[in-house]
Every structure is written in C-alpha cells, then in structure tokens.
Design a protein around this ligand. Structure first.
Ligand code: BGC
Length: 374
C-alpha cells in the first residue's frame, strides 16, 4: 500500500514551477558617447523573472530575457556589448525609431504648401529619421514603478529643423515590462508646427535565443489581407495589394522560410521580406497584428498595436560582419523585426493614413510584444 505523503511534501509537489519575484529596476553605467554624453543602462525585472535592459542612448533595448516552455530564460534580441558598437555599426538593433520610421521617397515631402528636404541616408531616400535619428540621440530617462510592472520613461525634445523636419517635437516613450511578460511601449508626441511623425521599435528578434542561427523556422501569422508593394529602393508604389495567392499571405501560420526564396519581384526588391502589411484591425485601436512561434523553444511572441501597419523585415541585410553580445556572429536572416507603424512614405501618398501632427494634437501610439509559450 502507498504511504500518504505528508502535507508539506504534497504542497511542494502541487506548486507549479513558476518564477515569482519582486519587480525591480536597477541602473548602471553603459559608457560615454563619442560626444561625451554619459549613457545609463536600466534593467527592468518583472514578477515572473523576465527582464529587459534599455539604454538611454537611442532608447535601445539591449537585451530581453523571456522563458521557453521549460521555464528556461534566453535573451531573444540581437544587440552589442558596447556603446561604441551601437554608435558605429548598428543596423538599428533594438532602437527607438523617429521622427519617421521607414522610408520617405527622395527625402522630400510637402505639407501645407511648404516642401521639406530631409537628411538622405539610404540610396537617396530618408530612412528611420535620417543621419541622426532618434536611435542616435541621448534621451532623458526616469525609472517608474507602475501597477503593470517596472517601467522607464524616456523623453526627448527634437529641435525645429532637426534632420530637416519642421517643428519642435516633444516626445515621450514609456517602456513597461508588465508582470504578464509583455514589453509595452507607449509613445506620445506634440509639436509647435505642422509636421509628420511615425515612431516605432526596431528589435531584431530570434525566439530561439539571439545568435542561435537563422529565423527561417519561426512560424508567423500576420492578420493582414493587404500589403504595400515597393519599388527597388523599397518605396511603396502606392498600391494596397491583396496578399492572396502571394508569398505575403501569412493569414495562416507559415514558416518564414517556406516561401522566402520563391521567384517573386517583391521578394527580390526586399531581398526577402521587407514590406509593410496593412493590418486588418481598425486603425487607432489596440489590436492583434501578428503572432510568431518558435517551434523548438515553444516561445511565442504576439504583436499588438494601435498602428495601421507593420513592417516585417527578415534580417536580409545581416551578412555575418556584425559580432554581437557573447561573441555571436549575426549572419543572413539571423533576426527578424516586426515594426508596427504607419505606412512607409505616407507623407507622399494621399491614400495612406495620415502621419501629419499639428499643434494642439497629441500623437499616440502603443506597441505591445507579448511573450508566452506553446
Ligand atoms: C527596413 C530595412 C532596413 C532595416 C535597417 C528595416 O526597418 O525595413 O529595409 O534595412 O530597417 O536595419
């Protein structure tokens, strides 16, 4: 006959293997920029033991540790060990992107009859805010404990004319690591002159762990029936094309690698996936845009946002020349980005949702990366 277990032993057996900890925020130096500005790294840990590290240079997420299906934590974002590497060679790893995420054709747009000329930094186009975008400036940072979890409030005031954009733009970006294992990013901006704004987040994810190889086996769902095809310098043609019958149809879960090498003009233009999808959900409303699952670790990331679109970029410009954290070499397609945003080049397309911000209005954008396991 089996002997009954004492009550204490029973309790131990029944307690699930979950982490529970006091949420915390710690800060340490991350060096000094070449211009002499001090940079701090903030480490936010939530009640489940997940953590995110953020530096106030570029609002960059330098690490994000979440559990796999066995409770084992791994860092799921690509990044560098030193500030010098972020300053010199980063392809926007983990960065806060602005004033305008994605491309503006020929670095030009006209608003209220005035034509503005932006800094061009990508084959004659303006990409991710220009030569010194929000990813390359030092933000003011204030750690704040919130009910949802530990958070960091970043603020920056962009001068009138910075990188060619009109208006003094006052920006707040609050990063919260919620106790539900979500990285929640809340952006707000106001201006003193009519301008355009399109902020986003640029982490390169690998849910099997950063530096563990390519991301082609990740299974992606994108809730989008249309996308915005691009020309060979990745500027939208202006069409909203149906994804049906193309390698851009991710309405059913599909591995990134399943169709990426097909003969297709759009895949050729992007050297893989590097397009903007038109989210099915209502613009301005927080809704599910995408879901990514990594079958081996069981890690799942859901992408939730208020934005009307999402750039899905499959890391096609990574080529093995960048050495990241822990000496990892980042090769072709070793990371992917999901950047919820307004459509690329919106200031030059009247049929795209507007990115214009006027005095008295508040720009609002929320992005949530929600982590779980399958
Ligand atoms: C763009 C890519 C670009 C990358 C820069 C992405 O948001 O879509 O075309 O190369 O950023 O690292």
């Amino acid at each position: 006959m089996k002997k009954a277990l004492p009550l204490a032993a029973l309790l131990i057996t029944l307690t699930p293997m979950t982490h529970s900890a006091e949420p915390s925020i710690t800060a340490k130096s991350f060096g000094t920029t070449t211009a002499g500005q001090k940079v701090t790294q903030y480490i936010l840990s939530n009640s489940k033991g997940a953590s995110v590290s953020i530096i106030n240079y570029g609002g960059i997420v330098t690490s994000l540790k979440v559990p796999d299906r066995n409770g084992k934590f791994a860092d799921v974002v690509l990044g560098f060990k030193t500030l010098a590497d972020y300053e010199k060679k980063s392809p926007y790893f983990g960065a806060l992107i602005g004033r305008y995420g994605n491309r503006i054709s020929k670095g030009e747009f006209t608003l209220d009859g005035n034509t503005y000329h932006l800094a061009k930094n990508d084959h004659g186009q303006s990409l991710h805010g220009g030569l010194k975008g929000f990813d390359k400036v030092v933000w003011n940072a204030t750690p704040v404990e919130t009910k949802q979890g530990p958070s960091l409030k970043l603020t920056y005031v962009s001068k009138d004319g910075e990188e060619g954009y009109p208006g003094i733009l006052s920006v707040t970006a609050t990063y919260i690591l919620t106790n539900k294992n979500e990285l929640k990013l809340v952006y707000r901006a106001t201006t003193d002159k009519a301008t355009v704004v399109n902020l986003t987040h640029h982490s390169y994810f690998n849910l099997a762990g950063q530096g563990s190889g390519d991301i082609l086996g990740h299974v992606v769902t994108i809730h989008a029936g249309k996308y915005t095809p691009v020309d060979d310098v990745l500027i939208p043609t202006g069409k909203l094309a149906p994804v049906k019958g193309t390698p851009f149809d991710f309405r059913k879960p599909t591995a990134i690698g399943a169709r990426i090498n097909e003969q297709n003009e759009q895949l050729k233009n992007g050297r893989g996936y590097d397009q903007n999808w038109v989210a099915d959900k209502l613009p301005g409303h927080l809704g599910m845009i995408a879901r990514v699952e990594e079958p081996k670790s069981g890690r799942v990331m859901e992408v939730i946002s208020t934005e009307p679109g999402v750039q899905f970029y499959s890391g096609n410009f990574l080529d093995g020349t960048l050495i990241g954290k822990g000496g990892k070499v980042y090769k072709f397609r070793n990371g992917f980005c999901f950047e919820p945003q307004h459509f690329p080049d919106s200031p030059n397309h009247r049929n795209f949702p507007s990115t214009v911000l006027r005095p008295g209005e508040t720009y609002k954008n929320t992005i949530i990366y929600r982590f779980s396991t399958e």
